[in-house]
Design a protein around this ligand. Structure first.
Ligand code: MLT
Length: 215
């Protein structure tokens, strides 16, 4: 289903397995709401999929927040856009009757998902962050207990230094999140192993709280 009558142009696919957590799909720079649908279906078969298109345009490429240069973010915009996206998720949950989703974000989408965890943690049941960075230089105090988070980084990623993804993992773990950080021998692009790792993580994690919320 394609819809633009909520605050974001988005696609929604209903789920057909109650125990599968809804996924909030967040594309990378230059992507759109269709980009991650097949990845979402593969990572968690039967999940409802909610997939918005980022509203910020960088040379006509959609993103979820403004940046000053590669890896340097406009943090006021990060905060504003995270709020706007969180509000959209809340309204969409009611519209489509879904539990709090697990974010599945890639690159810029993973960075806004990390910002959601830090700024509006209640909207997410957990997150899969593929090639994510620390989104804010000053992170707020937040309680992420009961939020499982998978970070998948590329050892050869030219955009994200290993120290930055390690710092993100530590930051989220210190806030109480149950973090798994997998570092793959790859770059910024996704590989088949990302899919395998993410699918396994969804299976093992189980998302009991999502199941309870959905029943
Ligand atoms: C970002 O701007 O979020 C990161 O630099 C990743 C990217 O979108 O290339």
């Amino acid at each position: 289903m394609m819809s633009d009558d909520l605050a974001f142009i988005h696609r929604f696919e209903p789920g057909n397995r109650l125990e599968a957590p809804p996924l909030l799909l967040l594309h990378g720079t230059g992507g759109d709401e269709s980009d991650l649908l097949s990845l979402g279906r593969a990572v968690s078969p039967g999940s409802a999929l909610l997939s918005p298109r980022g509203k910020v345009l960088e040379h006509s490429m959609p993103r979820f927040f403004r940046r000053l240069s590669e890896g340097v973010f406009d943090e006021d915009d990060v905060r504003r856009r995270a709020d706007e996206l969180a509000d959209f998720v809340e309204v969409a949950r009611v519209r489509y009757g879904i539990a709090a989703p697990v974010a599945l974000g890639y690159s810029n989408g993973a960075n806004i998902a990390a910002a959601l965890l830090l700024l509006r943690p209640d909207v997410l049941a957990g997150a899969i962050l593929l090639r994510a960075m620390v989104p804010l230089s000053q992170s707020p105090q937040v309680d992420l207990r009961d939020k499982p988070v998978l970070i998948v980084s590329g050892k050869l990623d030219p955009i994200i230094p290993a120290s930055n993804s390690a710092q993100l993992a530590a930051l989220l773990a210190n806030a109480g999140a149950d973090v798994q950080h997998s570092v793959l021998p790859t770059g910024h692009q996704l590989s088949q192993t990302d899919l395998t790792v993410a699918r396994e993580w969804v299976k093992v994690t189980g998302f009991l709280q999502t199941k309870e919320a959905a029943t």
